[in-house]
Design a protein around this ligand. Sequence first.
Ligand SMILES: Nc1ncnc2c1ncn2[C@@H]1O[C@H](COP(=O)(O)OP(=O)(O)OP(=O)(O)O)[C@@H](O)[C@H]1O
Length: 370
Amino acid sequence: MTRYLSRLRLTAFRNYTAAALDLDARHVVLTGPNGAGKTNLLEAISVLSPGRGLRGASFETLQAHGSDIGWAVAATVETDNGPADIGTGASPDGGRRVRINGANARSIEAMSDYLRVLWLTPAMDGLFSGPAGDRRRFLDRLVTTLIPSHSASVGDYEKAMRQRNRLLEDNGDAAWLDAIEAQMAELGASIHLARMDSLTHLQALIEQSLDDESFPAAHLALTPLFEDGAEPASSAGLETALTARWRAARGLDRAAGRTISGPHRVDLEVTYAQKAMPAALGSTGEQKALLIGLILAHARLVKLRTSITPFLLLDEIAAHLDPDRRRALFSALDGLGTQCFLTGTDRLLFEALGNRAQMVTVRDGRVSKG
Ligand SMILES: Nc1ncnc2c1ncn2[C@@H]1O[C@H](COP(=O)(O)OP(=O)(O)OP(=O)(O)O)[C@@H](O)[C@H]1O
């Protein structure tokens, strides 16, 4: 059976006061005017996974303005082993609560046993040639969908780095700096290796999509750029290299007020048919087609490595594609065997999906079927 969301409930989430949606296993098309709440609904699904969701927003911003009830998102996931009720929301300490089948769960990572979520949004348009941060977020998202604890490791690394920056600023104790840099190096090396491993697997699947004319991602190459020019041979080698680099850079980092180099600065070189981006980029529609090819490869990878078919959230994608590519997208989504959530302002864009999708109208933070 295809895993699917059969029910979704939003409380005090963005522009939704309270909304409930019952769904069947088909794709879900959300249509409605600008500002209706379509992306917010996708974001609600995305926060059912580790990390901060598809906008990368802090949890406070998810809270509906003017509401004194804490935000919450709950869903029922239908699986081969029966339905599972999962939910997350604001917790009094400013973090988030996680509930699975009526009990509190230790962390959001536990949710990954029930669902994995991937998305493609207009904010990812700069993935190939925009700022490095966009590619880092993509990379960490890639790893998190395969190794759910990755998101927390990145958080721990960043926390340790902030501590280091504060210690440098305060001219703190050198032994403390040694200890924090050692902790950063251990976390940084494992984060780096997980990224490289996931990227290698993704690249292999990208290359296998050769026959896909509509989404010709097969010629796309994502290659890590190393600050030192070459990748260290082992995790231990990387830890040693990072520790040495940070120790040597204390003066420079103190002057800069931040840690100038390390795994938090990694970037990817993106080429298409061996040509560098952005020169190799075609039209807006062709770029979208490449991004779709990439996300489809990502979805196949998650399915292959975790045996959990991920839910796919595609925000405003159909509008950029010509009718042939739209049809190809819909059949590619069918081929994945997952429930996909698509948004758009124009219902006609989804006509070719016929009854393979259920239509949902979104208006002023309210949802209705049909
Ligand atoms: N915390 C919040 N509380 C209340 N409203 C919010 C909150 N955060 C965002 N909004 C509002 O939610 C509305 C809907 O946003 P959303 O991005 O979901 O629209 P959309 O239907 O995807 O529109 P578009 O077609 O323009 O992309 C916006 O008007 C925004 O101001």
